[in-house]
Write a protein that binds this ligand. Structure first.
Ligand SMILES: Nc1ncnc2c1ncn2[C@@H]1O[C@H](COP(=O)(O)OP(=O)(O)OP(=O)(O)O)[C@@H](O)[C@H]1O
Length: 316
């Protein structure tokens, strides 16, 4: 089944993708399908997080949307243009933070950000942007002297200084310490309030849960789910895991949609209690792992309501 990653008719779209395909030639005869038919909409003002395991096709998809990679097939509309044929004026409306930081130039942080303001018709104030990304103390430092996390923050500054309508963030907080990551999240929420549309690729589920209006999961070049973080996984989210220890001290974990019934059926000790009893709803991470694990099994992805009550396993 192809999950419905499209928004209701009439939604003002920043990005519309239908049937996107891209293969790479690896060796003489082998072709690898990196993206194998993706449909995806991103509404204006939305933050969409793209999740998926290494090699799933996230970067290939975003590179096509950024206009830096040619596609084999499919329709792609980004801010009203086909990104592969879009003019320079389109590029000024789009901000990009790539996965790898660019080669350092021998300028100071302030010189570089000020220089970039000249490339945009409606730039932000350069010093304000340097402050927003937490680099004020490094404004006079030369770019090659920055740490990996600081370089990444500089990339973000360069991507947003032109006040883009649409921002691509490819693993933007890789290398950030926890405080810097939280500050970055506040910064992204500020951009959302200004109406910036953001396509965020990340491996951090807490980042997706905190920032994203919807989470799109890609595995094996296909979209396997696209929903708000709270409902991603559909019926799976109604499942709970009950864990406990039996009289012999053996630990049990059981996935069920009727946890109360299960708990009532468990044997209790002399004090009337079930040892080490815990009932937990599936987390976003559990659901994500389930989705990408089931990506090869279309039937399971097509029907997330497939009962898993038979999954009981004993773990010592
Ligand atoms: N230039 C290339 N030449 C050949 N194969 C490529 C190329 N770029 C990507 N691939 C392959 O295409 C598939 C998708 O790669 P892609 O970089 O889009 O995945 P990803 O989801 O972004 O992964 P990651 O999370 O590791 O960044 C992978 O199998 C990858 O090896």
């Amino acid at each position: 089944m192809t999950p419905d990653a499209t928004l209701p008719a009439g939604t003002d779209l920043a990005v519309r993708v239908r049937g996107l395909r891209k293969s790479y030639r690896v060796g003489r005869a082998t072709v690898r399908d990196a993206v194998a038919g993706v449909d995806l909409d991103v509404a204006r003002g939305e933050i969409l997080a793209l999740l998926g395991p290494n090699g799933a096709g996230k970067s290939t998809t975003t590179e096509v949307l950024e206009g830096i990679r040619h596609r084999d097939a499919g329709e792609v509309d980004v801010l009203g243009r086909d990104p592969w044929q879009a003019p320079l004026s389109w590029r000024a409306r789009v901000g990009v933070v790539l996965q790898d930081t660019s080669e350092p130039v021998d300028l100071t942080v302030a010189e570089l950000v000020h220089h970039w303001t000249r490339l945009s018709p409606h730039p932000r104030d350069a010093d304000e942007v340097i402050d927003l990304v937490g680099l004020t103390e490094k404004a006079r430092a030369r770019v090659p002297s920055l740490s990996g996390g600081q370089r990444r923050r500089l990339d973000v500054a360069l991507a947003v200084v032109g006040r883009p309508e649409l921002l691509f963030l490819d693993e933007p907080t890789t290398g950030f310490d926890p405080a810097a990551r939280r500050a970055f999240w506040d910064f992204v929420e500020g951009l959302r309030e200004e109406g910036t549309t953001i396509l965020l690729t990340t491996h951090y589920l807490d980042e997706a849960a905190r920032l994203a209006d919807r989470v799109a999961v890609i595995a094996g070049g296909r979209l396997v789910a696209c929903d708000p973080p709270e409902t991603l996984g559909g019926a799976l989210r109604e499942e709970s895991t009950v864990t406990w220890r039996d009289a012999d001290g053996l630990a049990h974990a059981h996935a069920t949609r009727t946890p109360t019934r299960l708990v009532r059926s468990l044997p209790t000790g002399p004090d009337g209690e079930v040892t080490d009893l815990q009932v937990a709803r599936l987390s976003l991470e559990d659901v994500y792992l389930h989705l990408i694990g089931g990506a090869a099994d279309d039937a399971r992805v097509a029907d997330p309501a497939t009962p898993t009550d038979d999954l009981e396993e004993a773990v010592r």
